[in-house]
Design a protein around this ligand. Structure first.
Ligand SMILES: *Cc1c(COP(=O)(O)O)cnc(C)c1O
Length: 411
């Protein structure tokens, strides 16, 4: 008899964006003429840059010749891309990594979700709260999170980030956390972590023999030169941290699919008997078994963002989105709303006015201004009372949405 993995049945049924779509559709049925603008979903909107599309066309043409054809590539990625990553993303920050420590993937969602497979099922996980739902849900799937009660999992340590603590999570007290998920710049709050604060986490991990899974998907949006782009800027991090990166937000690759994970060779975790096991070796084994590599065309596309033209072109798009973020912050603050993030990340995190709940404000904004935001509580219990706005829209749509919010707020 084939039995189901019952842990999947514990997953919360309604996915945030499906709920939002349902509410937006209900609104559209009642108001068929209304033109709804979404500042909600975290997908990019601007096209791929020319350096990338030229590299893709070239790669396709190569594949059309007998000499240039590529079949299965190395599971961990082609060296041309891994070397470009080391040379451009890490060496300029004084970080020396080996090619074997870079694993190319089809985006950060897969690896942030899959990496937990390497860890014993009863590790105790900790997440900053609110957070990208993939981290918890992928652990729920193997039964690591306990049961869901009153909006939280009983076996997960939630480390709140809110206005009251300046969005700086406190180190866990009491039972030590074994696996810590950090995401900076943060989705959904758009806030960042200083080197000094990050150092505290690295020291905590080293002291408690914990593992940090560090998601740096938004590092390209950092404007402040003092903010770390990589956890490996902190001494000792190679012994305790894995880092996930993605071209999705950096270069508009949400549809192309390519990213990478750094698993340092110095990083080990323990068996019950105290033997140290290399996660780099284990991840290589896992990838070779379950993954057949990211497409050659996508990897050539990713390589192209490191050319001088590519760098300049992707920066122009990042600047374009960050202009939206700046305008959003200015307008919302001028209307008296309390806003966070948006300076080193494409997200603005806004406190709902007058003690309103996330969903309550979401509906008020939808019906009042025909603008869609993302209810903060969808990202975890500490997100209640906040909403997220994304800067990934066009200038025109963003400006129009802000004008409507202004008219509605003043009206
Ligand atoms: C968008 C996003 C990613 C990237 O996912 P991909 O699978 O690379 O598209 C990773 N982490 C967070 C927090 C994100 O918001």
């Amino acid at each position: 008899m084939a039995l189901v993995n019952i842990h999947f049945l514990n997953l919360q049924k309604n996915y945030l964006f499906a709920d939002i779509a349902k509410k937006v559709n209900a609104f559209k049925v009642m108001h068929p003429k209304a033109d709804v603008i979404s500042l909600g979903i975290g997908d990019v909107t601007q096209p791929l840059c020319p350096a990338v599309t030229e590299a893709m066309h070239k790669a396709v043409d190569e594949m059309a010749t007998a000499e240039g054809f590529r079949g299965y590539g190395p599971e961990q990625g082609y060296d041309f891309l891994r070397e470009a990553i080391l040379k451009n993303d890490f060496l300029p920050r004084g970080i020396h990594l080996d090619v074997d420590e870079v694993f190319i993937n089809d985006g950060a969602k897969s690896d942030t979700g899959n990496f937990q497979e390497l860890l014993h099922w009863d590790n105790f996980i900790g997440v900053t709260d609110p957070i990208y739902p993939v981290y918890i849900d992928s652990n729920v799937m193997i039964g690591r999170c306990g049961v869901y009660k009153d909006g939280r999992w009983t076996n997960v340590r939630y480390m709140p980030t809110k206005a009251e603590n300046g969005f700086v999570p406190e180190l866990p007290k009491g039972r030590p956390v074994d696996v810590i998920y950090l995401c900076y710049p943060n989705n959904p709050t758009g806030t960042v972590i200083t080197k000094q604060e990050l150092r505290k986490w690295v020291n905590y991990a080293l002291k408690n023999d914990a593992l940090i899974l560090y998601d740096a998907a938004y590092q390209a949006y950092i404007q402040d030169p003092k903010i770390p782009h990589s956890i490996y800027e902190i001494r000792g991090a190679r012994k305790c941290a894995v880092e996930f990166r993605s071209y999705s937000k950096t270069a508009g690759f949400t549809g192309v699919r390519c990213g990478y994970t750094i698993v340092p060779k110095e990083l080990t975790v323990s068996t019950f008997e105290g033997e140290r096991i290399s996660l780099n070796q284990l991840w290589l084994r896992r990838q070779c078994t379950k993954f057949n590599g990211c497409s050659y065309i996508s990897q050539r596309a990713a390589e192209a963002i490191y050319s001088p033209e590519g760098k300049q072109q992707i920066q122009a798009t990042i600047d374009y989105y960050m202009q939206n973020a700046k305008k959003m912050l200015e307008t919302l603050r001028s209307l008296g709303y309390e806003c966070y993030g948006g300076e080193n990340a494409p997200y603005v995190w806004m406190r709902c006015p007058d003690g309103m709940g996330s969903w309550q404000f979401f509906e008020a904004l939808l019906y009042g201004a025909n603008v869609v935001c993302t209810p903060g509580v969808g990202f975890g219990p500490s997100g209640e009372g906040y909403v997220r706005f994304t800067a990934f829209g066009s200038h025109e749509k963003t400006d129009e949405a802000l004008q409507r919010i202004e008219a509605w707020s003043k009206g």
